[in-house]
Design a binder for this molecule. Structure first.
Ligand code: SAM
Length: 267
């Protein structure tokens, strides 16, 4: 018997390394499916189907589901269960899966493995032109950082990065008891609606996010001091004044559009 494939008499132990917290509350499952407002002609990419609790109701509602599961035991089980249906199981690592081969447009749904939530979100956003919306379950504190607005302690480079490409909305909170094993913290269900274009476009997106990270890496500092690292002391302060931004404010006081204005003027 190959490694990772227990005999049927063996017990399946959830793997922490794969962020396995399985949904076990049917009411929450239903809430998630209803929140996705799916249409019969939708094509859905499911990330981490696990034991298929979301896959089944998704398959009932949409035209096609493509579900990517890395677990060496669960993926073959799912392949067997869904053979000959409108569900295709891909036994693969979502981070290595060739998204360029996916059909479009798709909706993405996933109760995400918490340990790789950021690279998954980054990958979906890189391929955003394939997707209309990304529904996800993540840890509440992390979700709060994604949807955070300026002037809050949760607002940071993650909020700016995600909100540049998508409209992020927290839909509802999920208690630890909805999962097995139960995580130590609350989770939440979020939607990211892809923006066809950012509200204000950066000339150089890589530079924009470098600038944002530099400002938030010293979030207690005044902006004029954080910007000195990138533009030099005098130029940074002058740039802020030219853009009518108070040099004494801190990173969390600037909205995303202000960062784009800063980045565009700094080229
Ligand atoms: N959707 C199921 C549910 O709600 O009960 C499982 C959710 S569980 C939080 C995350 C799932 O993602 C697990 O099934 C895990 O094996 C899978 N997973 C973890 N890392 C993965 C990766 N890199 N690629 C694909 N699936 C992965």
């Amino acid at each position: 018997m190959s490694k990772g494939r227990p005999r049927s008499s063996e017990v399946f132990f959830p793997k922490r390394s794969l962020g396995q917290n399985f949904l076990v509350n049917p009411r929450v499952e239903q809430e998630i499916i209803e929140a996705c407002a799916l249409q019969p002609d939708d094509i859905v990419l499911e990330i981490g189907p696990g034991k298929g609790v979301l896959t089944r109701p998704l398959a009932d509602r949409v035209k096609k589901v493509l579900a990517i599961e890395k677990d060496n035991y669960l993926a073959p089980q799912l392949e067997k269960e869904f053979a000959g249906t409108n569900v295709t199981i891909e036994h693969a690592d979502v981070l290595k899966y060739p998204f360029e081969q996916l059909p479009a447009p798709m909706k993405v749904v996933g109760n995400l493995p918490y340990n790789i939530a950021t690279p998954i979100i980054e990958k979906v956003l890189v391929f955003r032109h394939k997707f209309s919306v990304f529904y996800m379950t993540v840890q509440l504190e992390y979700g709060n950082r994604i949807v955070a607005r300026p002037h809050s302690k949760e607002y940071g480079s993650l909020s700016c990065f995600v909100q540049y490409y998508a409209r992020a909305q927290k839909l509802f909170k999920i208690p630890p008891s909805a999962f097995r094993p139960s995580p130590k913290v609350d989770s939440c269900f979020l939607s990211l609606r892809m923006r066809p274009e950012p509200a204000r476009k950066a000339h150089d997106e890589e530079f924009l996010f470098k600038l944002i990270r530099a400002c938030f890496s010293q979030r207690r500092k005044m902006l004029k001091n954080s910007l000195a690292v990138i533009y030099g002391k005098e130029e940074g302060e002058e740039l802020l004044r030219n853009l009518n931004i108070d040099p004494m404010v801190r990173a969390e006081d600037l909205g995303l559009e202000d960062y784009v204005r800063l980045a565009n003027r700094g080229l």
